[in-house]
Ligand binder design. Structure first.
Ligand SMILES: [Zn+2]
Length: 400
């Protein structure tokens, strides 16, 4: 009797929001009753006791649904964000990010007439739809968390659109307490921005995980999104900048400023985008043709060379264990001040807490290999592949 299990399957599937646990339990118990019946060839129909008590089942579903209200499904995808181009300058005295974002997107499946982006605590200026050289101004609504942009027509999944968003981001606004692992939610941090604290270096760094990168650029801030990027960073000429991918161009500007172009040609998740700006010294190393950079406050380069010295060997070991070569064009490790976690595996640009800033003598006793190995392994499990929703984040961490 093959039709009976099928019928039961349909009954179960009708309750779409039913948890897998209940799905399995209820289907299994009913099925076994019917299997029993089918084994007894004299019984053609299920006995009344074996029939599904739908009122009881509904009650169980309601109870189970209440129990699993905390379930975090993957984010619904209306648009696929293909490419993010940012042109950023920094207002150090107001701790603000002056930005222009050009986003390339395509409707993921259904035709779309509105584009919703995550953009937290911005002041939003003009938004345009770009079509080659032509641009048309777009209307939008903004509620301090999300930007709803009204498109002039319905676009379908064969269309690619480009929108330009002019904004100023204020990462300090509404910054709340974070999670146990990441203790704050500003996304972008100005450290001693006006150089008023003796002995403290001036720098900027970011922390995107989980959904904090939308504090400094508009995006679809979900882990099931992937984009390539070009970040143009206007920084003081005395400082260095570090970001994802490769530094492809540097442009001298007036007023002691410089514009750095960081290009990332391989797609990755929004939370893995990162920048760091400061007076860092750099130690260079290499694994095969992969350039490695260890960035630390000036004066600590010799210590950094020792703290991070096992990085090439670790990459070799992980390549061998995984059978997959290091997937990215370079790997930088940056030691910053006042970091909100231990370290973060931003693609090609891991950021570490200041405990890894050791001088040459202290570095003799450095025991930071475990955290260096952890962030490095995330470049495969965490960055090359990552969790579809935050509910699955334990996979990333367990692998690392
Ligand atoms: Zn981790």
């Amino acid at each position: 009797m093959q039709s009976t299990p099928k019928k039961i399957l349909i009954t179960c599937l009708t309750f779409g929001s039913l948890s897998m646990a209940l799905f399995t339990v209820s289907c299994k118990s009913e099925k076994s009753a019917l299997v029993q019946n089918s084994e007894n060839s004299a019984v053609a129909e299920a006995s009344p006791e074996a029939r599904i008590d739908s009122a009881k089942l509904l009650r169980m579903i309601r109870e189970k649904n209440a129990e699993i209200a905390g379930y975090q499904p993957s984010a619904k995808r209306d648009f696929d964000l293909l490419h993010t181009e940012l042109d950023l300058a920094f207002d150090w005295s107001n701790q603000a990010v002056i930005g222009r974002a050009k986003l390339k997107l395509t409707p993921y499946f259904y035709p779309q007439k509105e584009l919703v982006l995550d953009a937290k605590d911005f002041e939003v200026g003009a938004i345009y739809l770009l079509n080659g050289e032509a641009q048309s101004k777009l209307n939008y609504r903004y509620d301090e968390k999300q930007l709803r942009i009204y498109l002039p027509e319905l676009f379908n999944s064969k269309d690619t659109i480009q929108v330009e968003i002019n904004y100023i981001a204020f990462p300090d606004r509404n910054s709340g307490s974070g999670s146990e692992a990441i203790t704050d939610t500003k996304g972008l941090y100005f450290i001693d921005p006006l150089d008023t604290i003796p002995g403290k270096p001036t720098m900027i760094w970011t922390q995107g995980e989980t959904e904090h990168n939308s504090k400094w650029f508009p995006t679809i801030d979900k882990p099931n999104e992937r984009f390539t990027q070009l970040f143009k960073l206007t920084v003081p000429d005395s400082m260095v900048s570090i970001s994802n991918g490769v530094l492809v161009k540097q442009e001298k500007l007036e007023n002691g400023l410089r514009k750095d172009y960081w290009e990332m040609k391989l797609p990755h998740a929004p939370y893995l985008a990162a920048i760091a700006v400061g007076n860092f010294g750099k130690v260079e190393a290499k694994w095969k043709n992969i350039p490695l950079g260890y960035y630390v406050e000036k004066g600590f380069e010799k210590g950094a060379a020792m703290v991070f010295e096992n990085t090439p060997e670790m990459i070799g070991l992980f390549e061998e264990k995984l059978g997959v070569d290091f997937p990215w064009p370079k790997y930088d490790q940056i030691v910053v001040r006042d970091f909100v976690s231990g370290a973060m595996e931003n693609t090609t640009a891991s950021i570490f807490m200041e405990e890894l800033r050791l001088d040459e003598r202290e570095a003799i006793d450095s025991e930071w290999d475990y955290i260096i190995a952890h962030e490095l392994f995330h470049q495969w499990f965490g960055d090359l592949v990552t969790a579809e929703s935050w509910a699955n984040l334990t996979l990333n961490e367990a692998f690392a």
